[in-house]
Write a protein that binds this ligand. Structure first.
Ligand code: 5RP
Length: 217
């Protein structure tokens, strides 16, 4: 099984959590498999709140109604991928650049089910460059501040988020205190969102593996 097969396996296993109402749907190649699988059970739900324009388009192509988060109350379920997870289900997200809306939808949801292939489970976060969404005029300032924190920020050139902002991918961070670093980076003026999801981690992690889906809670 290749990595994409494992992503699909995890995505299909997440269907067990889909009950009713409006659900939250994230972004990325693993979530694309989830959206495709969701189409087969779309009669169970009213629709979805999506974390990106790309996912919204895919949901609509499957005939799944997309709601504005402001039009619905708390979501029972959010399903999204991750770039890395540690054993506490603290995550790095934002490889696809949708981290701000992902963090909002995760915050507004009761249960966050994270789907990934097993290579995403790590001991210590930071092997994957940490995405930070910044206001365009603050790019250089925020980059200098991130250097002070020990990282090596790289501007994701040519990429603009759905919110009209930029992404700095911060290399060389060994994130031993995810909550502390999330809080610290959030205090830098010009930062919109940091891709550490530690204050609102996943509740359930489903990992695709050669032995079948493995669930960590
Ligand atoms: C997008 C994300 C994705 O969930 C993350 O990048 C994982 O992507 P993939 O499922 O393609 O491996 O955070 O902003």
């Amino acid at each position: 099984m290749n990595q994409d097969d494992l992503k699909k396996q995890a995505a299909e296993a997440a269907l067990d959590y889909v009950e009713s109402g409006v659900i939250g749907v994230g972004t990325g190649s693993t979530v694309n498999h989830f959206i495709d699988a969701l189409a087969s059970v779309k009669h169970r739900i009213e629709g979805a709140v999506s974390s990106s324009e790309v996912s919204s388009e895919r949901l609509k192509r499957h005939g799944i109604q997309v709601f504005d988060l402001n039009a619905v109350g708390e979501l029972a379920l959010y399903v999204d991928g991750a770039d890395e997870s540690n054993g506490q289900l603290e995550l790095i997200k934002g490889g696809g650049g949708a981290l701000t809306r992902e963090k909002i939808v995760a915050a507004a949801s009761r249960t966050f089910v994270c789907i990934a292939d097993e290579s995403k489970l790590v001991e210590v976060l930071g092997g994957f460059p940490l995405p930070v969404e910044v206001i365009p005029m603050a790019r250089s300032y925020v980059a200098r501040e991130l250097v002070q924190l020990g990282g090596t920020p790289v501007w994701r050139e040519g990429f603009v988020t759905d919110n009209g902002n930029l992404i700095l991918d911060v290399q060389n961070l060994e994130i031993t205190d995810p909550k502390g670093l999330e809080q610290r980076i959030n205090t830098i003026a010009g930062v919109v969102t940091v891709g550490i999801f530690a204050w609102r981690p996943a509740d359930v992690l489903i990992l695709g593996s050669a032995q079948g889906p493995r669930t960590i809670k």
